[in-house]
Design a protein around this ligand. Structure first.
Ligand SMILES: *Cc1c(COP(=O)(O)O)cnc(C)c1O
Length: 484
């Protein structure tokens, strides 16, 4: 067999695949949103693949698709109310097809000038959207928010400690300290471990009643750390916390950052999408004054996984943080007014991930995005209304389409939420999660899918109501009776 396959085979396979994928894409809502989670069964399925021979091509495709359909949480389902994982839009899917075909290498500008200029333009466009000033913007595409946050921490270290690139933490006499809310994403703790600071260098500051970083406690902690001989260097605000979608008071955080000379990073991995809507944009006020921003296009912009941006308002900092020189890399870039991505980022070989965003903007324009973001926000508001009407209480205050709620009458019965959650997941009809709000377990429902409609919300509320109706509270006196 030709390693390339022949033209007829390629055409037949693609047609076959396209038919299957079209069924999936247009009928996702008919699948169970949750898979079976029996590891033994799934491993047995995976192990059925025989690599000791070449297999039938169509059957191979069918086998893989069947595995994916059976054993995956269907994030593309309109009733996946999940962890910011979107249904991938069609332009993003096509972008991946083009990229996989041509397989450009983006490490050096001269190998992929088109792709690199596309990503540079997007960095500038998004920098401007977030309110950075022309001429000050730089950035880089990253595989996810975790990598973008890690990149931001490296920039902050290099900015504050000019000796960091040469001597790392070994050159420091004081412990560098990062501040963020206790509701911030755990990728910050992980990044602190990766850069060698350790998570003891991250201060997760308590939140106030609104679930935003408590600025009074933050102030006191900074002063205490200074008195104890620490070196505060970075403050991270979250714009859209993962748990409850809350946005820290960014202008106030900026003032504190200025007072103590801290790099001010805003983690807007999901919530950053609000910048694309005229109605929501005011919620992000203050982000324009940040030193860097994490924004995941693979969340609210609905492009396939692995698409994040780290944007900074310090034009020089990425180059200062990441520049290395090698003999074997092409050198054209230094002679021209262009940037080699490998001198700006953690990655070396790079995939063309920016195409997912570029092609999506070509397909839908900023306006198309504003429409779907406003639609999802409307669905979030509708859900809040429906829940209140059905005697559920809303526990978070976020205006973004992420709703945390419970039933007050069961607030001391932690089994209530977990039992209902399990029943809903087992039913395969909806995917939701549980997140504690002020220590009370709450259902967490996020509108992550641009196709989620009012009908889907009605079904979800019906499912929740029915589960509440059927719930049998656990009574401790029954146990003591049984024990007598
Ligand atoms: C999702 C998320 C991250 C992590 O991003 P990944 O793309 O999953 O790596 C970081 N911060 C916040 C606030 C997030 O919501």
């Amino acid at each position: 067999m030709e390693f390339d396959l022949d033209k007829q085979q390629r055409e037949d396979l693609l047609r076959h695949l396209q038919n299957k994928m079209e069924d999936y894409y247009s009928e996702t809502g008919k699948l169970d949103v949750t898979p079976g989670l029996d590891p033994g069964q799934i491993r047995a399925f995976v192990d059925k693949a025989d690599f000791n021979k070449a297999n039938n091509l169509e059957e191979s495709l069918d086998f893989v698709i069947e595995g994916m359909q059976r054993y995956t949480v269907q994030c593309s389902h309109p009733k996946y109310f999940g962890l910011f994982n979107p249904r991938a839009n069609f332009s993003g899917i096509m972008a991946d097809y083009i990229t996989a075909n041509m397989n450009p290498q983006l490490a050096a500008w001269s190998h992929s000038p088109f792709a690199n200029e596309v990503e540079s333009r997007l960095i500038q466009d998004f920098g401007l959207k977030f309110g950075y000033k022309t001429g000050s913007i730089d950035g880089v595409f990253a595989a996810g928010g975790a990598e973008a946050n890690l990149t931001a921490i490296l920039c902050a270290l290099d900015y504050t400690f000019p000796d960091y690139a040469a001597n790392g933490l070994m050159g420091m006499s004081k412990r560098p300290i990062i501040y963020c809310s206790e509701q911030a994403h755990h990728s910050i703790n992980k990044a602190a471990k990766i850069v060698g600071l350790g998570y003891m260098s991250v201060r997760g500051i308590a939140v106030n009643k609104e679930l935003k970083i408590d600025v009074g406690i933050l102030q006191k902690q900074i002063e205490k750390d200074l008195a104890d001989g620490g070196k505060p260097f970075m403050l991270i605000g979250t714009a859209g916390t993962t748990g409850s979608g809350e946005i820290d008071d960014l202008p106030l955080l900026k003032q504190i950052a200025i007072r103590h000379n801290l790099w001010f990073h805003v983690d807007a991995a999901w919530g950053g999408g609000a910048i694309l809507s005229k109605k929501l944009k005011p919620l992000l006020k203050g982000i324009e004054e940040s030193d860097s921003i994490t924004f995941d296009a693979h969340k609210w912009m609905s492009v396939p996984m692995g698409t994040s941006l780290l944007i900074t308002s310090h034009k020089e900092i990425l180059a200062r943080t990441f520049r290395v020189t090698t003999e074997y890399m092409p050198k054209e870039a230094s002679a021209m007014d262009v940037t080699d991505p490998y001198t700006h980022s953690i990655q070396w070989s790079r995939r063309f991930i920016g195409l997912r965003v570029y092609l999506s903007l070509l397909f839908y324009g900023w306006e198309g995005y504003e429409e779907v973001i406003d639609h999802q926000t409307r669905m979030g508001n509708l859900l809040r209304e429906k829940l209140l009407r059905n005697k559920w209480s809303i526990l978070n205050k976020s205006p973004l389409p992420l709703v945390c709620f419970s039933d007050e009458s069961y607030k001391d019965d932690h089994n209530f939420t977990l039992t209902i959650l399990q029943n809903i997941l087992d039913s395969g009809k909806s995917w939701i999660s549980v997140y504690p709000i002020n220590k009370i377990p709450a259902f967490r429902v996020c509108i992550t899918n641009y196709n989620t409609s009012e009908k889907d919300l009605d079904e979800l509320v019906d499912e929740l109501n029915a589960e509440r109706e059927n719930y049998i509270p656990f009574r401790s006196d029954e146990i003591s009776c049984a024990a007598d």
